[in-house]
Design a binder for this molecule. Structure first.
Ligand SMILES: NC(=O)c1ccc[n+]([C@@H]2O[C@H](COP(=O)([O-])OP(=O)(O)OC[C@H]3O[C@@H](n4cnc5c(N)ncnc54)[C@H](OP(=O)(O)O)[C@@H]3O)[C@@H](O)[C@H]2O)c1
Length: 402
């Protein structure tokens, strides 16, 4: 990226539910004062309402030339225009071509698989850091696993054989998230969603112990007690997506000469208070999963769930939170325990905090260069962890109680 650009950060989708919050976050952030920001979206009237003096660009993602100009005008492009399989191709393509760093909050692994196949080589050439999954899906899982691996390496000079995690969340649902979930339930969009290697199209020998990965995934599908994680663990709805992102990081770090450890596996579940709740979560999840297979039920559900542009109230978003407990085991048996805490609705307050912090990290030169279709941990590293700590999130690693 040799030519100077008009903007440091463009936020596309600034009029949407998460976009409006991201615009407010960036406008108010002291670290953004020295940066040239721009808000973009398809509707000039709605855009004017979020501007507060920030320059605006009217861009519809169906207008490929306008998207190209937007990508060429900035060093970092952040997009909250989703579902991404529906609206995202032109944006990520233009960023890869123009060597523009790209961030989104997708959880759509089948779409990112196609992005990897289409753009990874090009982004490596142009230097564009293409970083999907920068929201609640999948920063806590990806950066959490990396934090544990790094702690075992730095404190004990030990590779990691496994990281297990349990999530507890309180939060609401956005219309944009519901639109994405309903779209992923369509067979043509959901293909590959449950494949452990959906984000690793070419697997170098020795990186994955495939039978261990398969066994770990089977265990995650049924409720089970896990004393080290503090009780019972049930299947977690985001585990297939988050696990796939962690495995892409595992492959990318191995390719960069920093393997996680021999036969490393990542497991993820939802913390449950006792076996009854764990089985109830599982049965509830199964019923929703089965119901989502029927088109007529999906159509009926659309009438009752929040619509695009809608989401929880301000009070509900302030009241939300998420907590993750992590346990890591090293190649010589050392155990570490980690925790991540974040106040505020996970899909809104925390997602916006993580997405905008990632944008500031890239724009302020805190992350290593090197393009490609990356993951948050690979693109942003431990500097991102420090930035998130400064934003009030807790990321802690300590020895496990023996
Ligand atoms: N990772 C996470 O934890 C997480 C959390 C929340 C959301 N998400 C994802 O983020 C995305 C956005 O969610 P949201 O709740 O903010 O949705 P939303 O309120 O529906 O916002 C979507 C935005 O996209 C814009 N848009 C739609 N079509 C466009 C087009 N053709 N050209 C330009 N802009 C267009 C909309 O513009 P208008 O304002 O003009 O309609 C709006 O600004 C979804 O994919 C959702 O799944 C992820």
């Amino acid at each position: 990226m040799s030519q100077p650009r008009e903007f440091d950060i463009v936020l596309l989708g600034a009029t949407g539910f998460t976009g409006r919050q991201a615009a407010g976050f960036l406008r108010a952030h002291p670290d953004a004062r020295a940066l040239k920001l721009c808000f973009a979206g398809r509707d000039p009237t709605r855009l004017a309402a979020v501007s507060a003096g920030t320059p605006l660009r009217v861009v519809d993602t169906r207008d490929v030339d306008a998207v190209e100009r937007l990508a060429a005008s900035t060093r970092v492009l952040v997009t909250t225009v989703g579902p991404y399989a529906r609206y995202g191709d032109a944006v990520v393509d233009a960023c890869a071509r123009n060597g523009t760093d790209y961030l989104d909050i997708t959880g759509e692994t089948p779409w990112v698989r196609r992005v990897i196949e289409r753009l990874d080589a090009l982004a490596r050439q142009t230097g564009a850091r293409i970083v999907p999954f920068c929201g609640f899906d999948s920063v806590p899982s990806d950066l959490g696993a990396y934090m544990m691996v790094q702690a075992l390496r730095e404190r004990h000079d030990e590779g990691t054989v496994e990281v297990r995690s349990a999530f507890r969340i309180k939060g609401g649902l956005n219309g944009g998230t519901m639109a994405t979930a309903l779209m992923l339930a369509e067979p043509e969009h959901g293909e590959g969603l449950f494949s452990p290697y959906v984000l690793v199209p070419t697997r170098a020998p020795g990186v994955f112990d495939e039978p261990r990965v398969a066994a770990a995934m089977r265990e995650d599908l049924r409720p089970h007690p896990d004393e080290a994680l503090g009780g019972w663990v049930a299947p977690f709805v985001m585990a297939p997506v988050n696990g796939a992102v962690v495995r892409r990081s595992q492959a990318l770090w191995a390719a960069r000469g920093e393997p996680y450890g021999a036969g490393f596996v990542y497991q993820e579940g939802a913390a449950a208070r006792g076996p009854l709740r764990a089985w109830a979560f599982t049965a509830g999840g199964l019923l929703i999963g089965l119901g989502a297979r029927w088109r007529w039920l999906r159509r009926a559900a659309e009438r009752f769930v929040p619509k695009p542009g809608e989401g929880p109230t301000e009070a509900q978003m302030d009241d939300g939170w998420f907590r993750v407990v992590l346990v890591a085991r090293g190649e010589r048996g050392t155990q570490l325990r980690g925790r991540i805490l974040s106040q505020g609705d996970p899909g809104n307050r925390s997602t916006v905090r993580m997405l905008c912090s990632a944008a500031l990290s890239l724009a302020l030169g805190e992350a290593a260069p090197g393009g490609g279709v990356l993951t948050p941990s690979v693109a942003l590293g431990l500097g991102f962890l420090d930035r998130l700590r400064r934003e009030g999130m807790e990321w802690v690693v300590e020895p496990a109680a023996s």
